[in-house]
Design a binder for this molecule. Structure first.
Ligand code: DGY
Length: 313
């Protein structure tokens, strides 16, 4: 039997999430929900603090800081938080745990999109595509020259992976057909099961820096990895290395931009010409999958059932 709408659990959704997730919420008949109906700007904090009052569930994105103030404002009805993100550094896990609030998140569904973007960045920088299109647009393309706009090939190279998880494996699987000579990785400890999929060798962080022709960073943000890519690490790398980062907050851009250009050429080039907005998971299918997973996590949590992807607090 259908319950009266007004008796259904109340949910606040902090962003106009992609259609698949919204459809799941609408058609569930399980919740009544309000939505910050914009994708252009995040819900202002004051509005958010008002809207969460008395809700049973909250579906947020990574722009919302879920901290003690917000959880206090929501009050004791709040039982489930579902974030449409794999990252959870915007959540105060301690405060959530203290209040017994269950937390859903969206790992796995964005692995392919992030790996694809990493490969795109790698080829764009290694073959100097940004500079080449700039030259073509601004009249710099004159006669054919023997070393003009030469770059570095993946063939016979050593590719280093800092943080070997699902995404690191997906990147290596995509790069292997380019005839990479060797994959090396580092992490808090060796990860033999994942490493065996891509035939990667475990090395120290120092060795990773020294040996890599291409260094890709795809680790989770933790107190140990925050700003792990610093001047010290870059000073150990070959001056021809290419550094690709798709992780959050592992490097300080200010520090990078003040580095001596000769110490690591491509970091500088990448910083100046290839800083991208936060788009690693930005494909239609992935963003829809993330919104669907976030919606399903929320509904399952509110029913008191195991979520598809739940953080262990
Ligand atoms: C995430 O889900 O945490 C990503 O950073 C968003 O693409």
């Amino acid at each position: 039997m259908q319950r009266e709408m007004s008796t259904l659990p109340r949910v606040y959704v902090t962003r106009q999430i992609p259609p698949e997730g919204l459809k799941i919420l609408r058609e569930s008949g399980q919740v009544q929900f309000q939505l910050w109906d914009s994708d252009d700007i995040p819900v202002p904090r004051q509005e958010l603090l008002e809207k969460v009052k008395g809700v049973d569930g909250l579906l947020c994105v990574l722009t919302e800081k879920i901290d003690a103030e917000l959880l206090e404002a929501a009050g004791p009805n709040l039982k489930v938080l579902s974030t449409m993100s794999v990252g959870f550094d915007h959540l105060s896990l301690e405060e959530l745990k203290k209040r017994g609030i269950r937390v859903g998140y969206t790992p796995d569904v964005l692995t392919d999109a992030v790996a694809e973007l990493t490969v795109a960045l790698l080829l764009t920088t290694s073959r100097r595509l940004i500079e080449a299109t700039h030259e073509a647009k601004t009249g710099g393309w004159g006669t054919w020259r023997t070393l003009w706009l030469c770059g570095y090939e993946l063939a016979n190279s050593t590719v280093g992976i800092l943080g070997l998880g699902r995404i690191g494996v997906a990147i290596a699987e995509r790069l292997a057909p380019f005839k990479v000579k060797k994959f090396i990785y580092t992490d808090v400890a060796p990860r033999p099961e994942l490493a065996s999929i891509i035939n990667a060798e475990y090395v120290s962080l120092d060795e990773l820096a020294k040996q890599s022709d291409f260094l890709t960073v795809c680790c989770a943000l933790t107190p140990e990895t925050k700003e792990i890519c610093n001047k010290d690490l870059f000073s150990k790398m070959k001056n021809t290395s290419i550094f690709i980062n798709t992780s959050r907050y592992i490097l300080s851009q200010d520090k990078l931009l003040t580095m001596n250009e000769n110490s690591l050429r491509t970091v500088i080039i990448s910083c100046l010409s290839l800083i991208l907005p936060h788009i690693a998971s930005a494909s239609y299918s992935t963003r829809n999958a993330m919104s669907a997973l976030a919606a399903n996590n929320l509904l399952l949590g509110l029913r008191g059932e195991p979520m598809i992807k739940e953080l262990k607090l």
